[in-house]
Structure formats: C-alpha cells, structure tokens
Design a binder for this molecule. Structure first.
Ligand code: TXA
Ligand code: MG
Length: 352
C-alpha cells in the first residue's frame, strides 16, 4: 500500500487543509487507516465502530489484539451513544478536562465491537485537544479508534517522521501536524470501579482528578514495578517505549549520579560500545559520552514530557548501545514521566 503524507497546520484548517481532512475522513469511513496528531502523541486512526478497521490497526502496529484501543470523539452527544450509562463523574471530568489529555473508561454499548475493546465490556474514550484531530473525527463519522501511531513496543511518536518510519506502507495516510504539545499519552481513569482509578498516569494528574472527584486511587502496578499483580489497563503489561539500546536509570544526588554515569560510560566505551546519556539542561555539560541529550528543564516538567520519547528515538537513530538516564521526581507530571522511563528501561534502575 502506498502511504500518502499531507502537512496541515492545526491553527489554519481552511482550503487545502480542509480538503485533506475531508479525504482523510472518507478513508476512515471506508475502512482505511490514517495517522494523525493529537496534543499528546500521534494516533493511528480507524473507524471505531467497524471491527475490520480495528483488526487492521492491530495488524499495522503489530500489536497483540487483547490490548484495547481508545475511542476518540469530538462531541459530547457522541459519548452517550457508545456507553451504557454516562456516570456523573464522567460529566464532571469532561467539563473540567475535555477536550484534553484524559481518557475515561466506562461500560460499553453493543454498538462498540469487541475488536475495538480487545474483548472487554468496557470502552476507553477521549476527546483530544487538537483541531486536526477533532475535525478528522467529525469527518470520519464521530468515532476514531486510535492507539499511539508507533509499531508495538517502540516509543510513541511525537513527530510525523516517526509515524512514517514505523507505519509507511501499512496505512493509507499520515497527517503531519508538527511536533505534538504534551509528548506523553493521556491519563487513563477507570470509572467502572467504586472509586475512580488511574490506570495510566499522564498530564492530568491524580491531584487534578481529586480536585473534581474527591477520592481517586492509582493502580498499584503503576507505582510498584515489582508488583506481581496484572495491570488493569492491558497495554500497561507490555514492555513499551523501549529504545534499541540498553537503558539504565540512575538515582541519587546529582554529584553521585554524574560520577557514576561518567565511570560507567568510560567502561562501556572502552569495551567498544556507543554510550548515550539522558540528562537535563543544568547537567548537560557535565557528562562524557558519545551522545548527551538534555530532555529539558527540571523546573518545568512539561519540557521533559515534551522531549522524552523523541530523545529515546534519536538514540536509536544514532545506534547507541547503552543509555544512562538521570531520574526525575515522582510527583505531579513527574509520575507519568517516570512511569514511561521505567517501562522503557524494563525497570533497570541503580540507586546510589
Ligand atoms: O494520548 C493517548 O491516549 C494516545 C492518543 C493517540 O490519543 N493514545 C494511546 O493509545 O496512548 P494506546 O492504544 O497506545 O494506549 C491505550 C491504553 C492501553 O494501555 C490499553 O490497554 C488501555 O489504554 N485501555 C484501552 N481500553 C481499555 C479498557 N477498556 N480498560 C482498560 N484499559 C484500556
Ligand atoms: Mg501506545
């Protein structure tokens, strides 16, 4: 299959851009696949109500089919048609954080095929905050199933070039809307349990959810890497976001971390390996390695979320064999950053 790539500026959806989106919508309505930008990461979209489209998504990603997809909507009226009941909490959360980086899980209506929900009776739903995504959803009939637009296991794409790398030849169209704003996937909150539960941390933090709902729990498996329990979001059990090189997270005081990484980097280099380091602006001139990348500014975690997946992919492009990463605070948005980094590292952590 030939993959068409079109560029669209989310701030100016008129003329050609509008026509591209009409065509993209037609592709999805006809059972095809289109990769598109959202505010979190790029998504790989197909018609959420068409079981054949969902099967194609799994095939294009190389994703296990027990891992359910998120259904993206653009209008609240559409929500009511695909769930048995909209819980009160969903209205309150959507009021506060939609369109935005938050996915809610509810009981599915029969209209939603099991192919889309990985066989579950619940469905994950999100209204993304990106004009390209919203217009595409409307043009597609209202419901786009979209996992992140990467090959299964690789870091989620924050730029169209990574969708092209991973999906060319397997999707009909890729919409290039530039680098995404947030850079980490949405927060997932399960509203089917008595107390709402975070299944995947993201930009919308536990505190932000508590501000609206009062009580909100966190799936233990997110916090405890050694937990024997199965994560409640099926996708969270897979090794994810993994760079090709071996990634190790180093925790401790800044001086000790720098000293440890430089020692280990030297040893690795001496044995003929290419070494990469993930650090922050304030420490980037302190490392000796083949490739030193700052993920951003420690005082502004948004910058780190924005760059993290891109940095992991750049190390792949550079053929780095071993990567050492500084560690980040585990509160607020830091919880999502550390969750992704720990998964990328397969929980390979050194505490000094
Ligand atoms: O920001 C995002 O959420 C991006 C953009 C494209 O919207 N999408 C995304 O989708 O990250 P994906 O497929 O890569 O991750 C979806 C996660 C998986 O871990 C999956 O197991 C979980 O959501 N999930 C989906 N439906 C679920 C359900 N009914 N119950 C529990 N977990 C569910
Ligand atoms: Mg994903």
């Amino acid at each position: 299959m030939e993959t068409e790539v079109v560029e669209i500026d989310a701030k100016n959806i008129t003329g050609d851009a509008k026509r591209h989106l009409e065509r993209a919508g037609e592709i999805i309505r006809n059972g095809g696949l289109v990769a598109f930008p959202t505010e979190t990461v790029y998504g790989l979209g197909g018609d959420a109500l068409n079981p054949e489209s969902s099967k194609k998504i799994y095939a294009a990603k190389g994703r296990p089919s027990d891992n359910p997809l998120i259904v993206h909507i653009a209008d609240m009226e559409h929500l009511e048609r695909i769930v048995k009941r909209v819980p009160e909490a969903a209205y309150r959360l959507s009021e506060a954080y939609w369109p935005g980086p938050m996915t809610m899980i509810m009981e599915k209506e029969d209209l939603v095929p099991y192919e889309t929900t990985g066989g579950l009776d619940t469905v994950a739903i999100r209204m993304p905050n990106n004009e390209i995504a919203l217009e595409l959803i409307r043009q597609s009939g209202g419901y786009i199933a979209a996992p992140s637009a990467n090959r299964s296991g690789r870091p989620s794409p924050t730029l169209a070039k990574y969708c092209i790398e991973d999906l060319s030849g397997n999707v009909d169209m890729i919409i290039d809307g530039g680098q995404v704003g947030i850079g980490l996937e949405s927060t997932i909150v399960d509203l089917t349990s008595d107390i709402p539960m975070i299944l995947r941390p993201g930009y919308v933090t536990q505190k932000m959810l508590k501000d609206i709902l009062g009580e909100v729990e966190v799936d233990r498996t997110i916090i405890d890497g050694n937990s024997k329990q199965k994560p409640k979001a099926p996708g969270m059990k897979y090794r994810h976001y993994a760079p090709k090189g071996e990634l190790k997270i180093v925790q401790g005081s800044q001086e000790k971390v720098i000293e440890y990484i430089n020692d280990e980097a030297k040893k690795a280099k001496d044995s003929g390996k290419r070494v990469g380091v993930i650090c922050t602006d304030s420490s980037s001139n302190k490392y000796l390695a083949d490739s030193v990348k700052s993920a951003g500014n420690r005082n502004d975690e948004n910058t780190i979320a924005h760059e993290l997946f891109k940095v992991l992919r750049e190390f792949d492009d550079e053929g780095v064999d071993v990567i050492f990463s500084e560690s980040f605070d585990d509160s607020g948005l830091g919880r999502a950053i550390m969750n992704r980094l720990l998964k990328a590292a397969g929980h390979n952590v050194v505490i000094l």
